[in-house]
Ligand binder design. Sequence first.
Ligand code: GTR
Length: 326
Amino acid sequence: MKISRRLALIGSVSVLAACDRQTYRPLYSSDTHPEEYPTVQAVKEMGRLLEERTNGELTVKVFAGGQLGSERDTLEITTFGGLDLNRVFLAPLNAIEPLTTIPSLPFLFQSTEHMRASLDGAPGNSILRSLEPHGLIGLCFYDSGERSFYNVRREILTPDDMKGMKIRVPNSDLNVAMIRALGADATPMSLSEVYQSLVQGVIDGAENNWPSYESGRHYEAAPYYSLTRHVMTPEVLLMSKTRWDKLSPEQQEIVRQAARESVPFMRKLWDQRVAQARDRLIEAGVNVNEVSDLNPFVELMRPVWERFVVTDDQKRLVRQIEELGA
Ligand code: GTR
């Protein structure tokens, strides 16, 4: 991270810490997405519920648009208690907790319903609970939909079409391995750097859902969107354990409940947003193609499972998720 950026970040965190002395200061929350994005709106909805149910003792202020830094940096700050809440993608947590890699396994979920049932049920709960020893309280998962590849050059119909391409991935070894398995080069970086990197030719492509492909304006530079739908990694809402421990048991229960209730709220906005983004981008002339045979992608990516599913707990989680899809 650039020094100026780090200083700005440290500055903002000190401001937050100073505000801590105020009575009833809001819970500060970070999000890389812009104000109107469903994740930001969902955390605000949670804040509305908290305010209502605690007579204003607990409120939430969301810093949207990556104002407080990249997900990797804000995650670190949340872990040591410098930030109260953080809505991040699950992938940057892979380096901290092995169970979080499971929902990112390629072609694991058979449908949106399967993904939602898994994250709402026992598998999701085990992942959320696994974060506590790392200084983080996992409150809920939000949808991030299906991710597909996009690039500046051509339609992707087979893995061969990706040979030699530099593809940006979120900061996670699993994501790097998935791209390499397909024969392409993986470049891990933060979401906020993707647009510039596409424009400058630092990377040839990336992968994401329709709403992020649109809101980051990535489609302007990379107009080929190929529907591989290879992962459905979710988003997660975290609270720093330091802040959590300062809440009373009653407040903790109110926070958990408000987070749970923000999930269906988010999903409604999400489904609308996916449909809108897709329609708008097709209208804008993005070249979208279905991939009629996904088997070569599935086959090449399968060995990644063996490499990243190693502990008994991870294996149990995979079995539970597969049973829910059966
Ligand atoms: C988006 C997700 C972000 C961000 C991003 C990425 O879909 O909502 O939180 O992590 O993907 O690719 O890094």
